[in-house]
Write a protein that binds this ligand. Structure first.
Ligand SMILES: [Zn+2]
Length: 309
């Protein structure tokens, strides 16, 4: 999936070999437009929108996968397909909500569990607030790595991570001004500096620093404070992500983005040539749609927000 200024495109390879696109044009939601300009708030808006659209694009991919499987079992039933397309928009709204809900629940579990474990295991021995916060961050990191490592063995997630690697390769090739052919794209690394993975690491670091300013009196106290701070942690991490993107060419400051690159060693995998081909197709289609939109709005609004992909 690629997100441009005006359009998001997901491409999937069908069983027949052809590549199919799922395109969502970004509408200028007036309510969100001014929210997206306020520091701290814009990070929350971006994350919620990314979860909603991410879920929609994943749903499309798995629909295509299922349809291919059904077609394999017996030839496609026209009436079933018609029903599917008529309920598509209702489905998409529901899927977006599921995306946002799973973000919320995931965020709460990943916030509460490390706070709980750090309290149970270390409250008796460690009395420095900062050290406690650091231990909590370390537990969170271990849980995250174990989780990512664990799910990377399932065939579906493995493919998702391969496509993630393919996306990064395509972007790198494009940024270097190379022609987007499979050979050109494949020779690049699956790691890319501007990636949503960096956001996760940054939010752990922001948490460590922020939490050490808040005293608590019990485990539950601690967990509640952490949960209440989630919006602030997201907002600050996003601002930090924008900053690391802005300073990536300054030698020492570029280190700020390195933890995110290390995490990508787990969230990306080497794609096959076939997957790279699909990624190139999605990227080209996104560029096409963007160019069309740009032509329509001769003086298009500039967007410089980092993408979560
Ligand atoms: Zn990425």
């Amino acid at each position: 999936m690629f997100g441009g200024r005006y359009a998001q495109v997901t491409a999937v390879r069908r069983k027949t070999g052809e590549i199919e696109f799922f395109e969502v044009k970004k509408q200028g939601q007036p309510g969100l437009k001014w929210l997206s300009k306020i520091p701290l708030v814009r990070g929350i808006v971006a994350l919620v929108l990314a979860s909603a659209s991410g879920a929609k694009h994943l749903q499309f991919a798995s629909d295509m996968f299922e349809r291919d499987h059904d077609e394999e079992a017996e030839s496609a039933d026209e009436t079933v397909q018609e029903n599917q397309s008529s309920s598509k928009w209702g489905m998409i709204l529901g899927v977006a909500m599921v995306g946002i809900l799973s973000l919320l629940i995931g965020k709460m579990v990943f916030t509460a569990l490390p706070a709980f474990l750090a309290s149970i295991l270390f409250d008796r021995f460690v009395h420095s607030m900062f050290l406690q916060s650091l231990i909590e961050g370390a537990i969170k990191t271990i849980l995250l790595l174990a989780y990512l490592w664990g799910i990377s063995f399932t065939p579906l997630i493995k493919r998702v991570f391969q496509y993630h690697g393919a996306e990064h390769k395509v972007i790198t090739a494009f940024e270097r001004g190379e022609e987007l052919t499979v050979t050109n794209v494949q020779k690049h690394s699956t790691l890319h500096y501007r990636c949503g993975s960096s956001f996760i690491i940054l939010s752990i670091i922001v948490g460590v620093i922020l939490y050490s300013f808040f005293t608590y009196h019990s485990v539950w106290d601690r967990i509640l404070i952490r949960l209440a701070l989630i919006p602030l942690v997201i907002g600050l991490s996003y601002e930090l992500l924008r900053m690391t993107n802005a300073v990536k060419d300054i030698p020492i400051l570029a280190w700020l983005g390195y933890p995110g690159l290390w995490l990508q060693k787990l969230t990306t995998k080497e794609p096959t040539d076939d997957q790279v081909e699909v990624a190139i197709a999605a990227f080209n289609r996104m560029r096409e749609l963007d160019a069309q939109a740009e032509a329509r709005l001769a003086n298009g609004v500039q967007r410089t927000t980092p993408a979560f992909n």
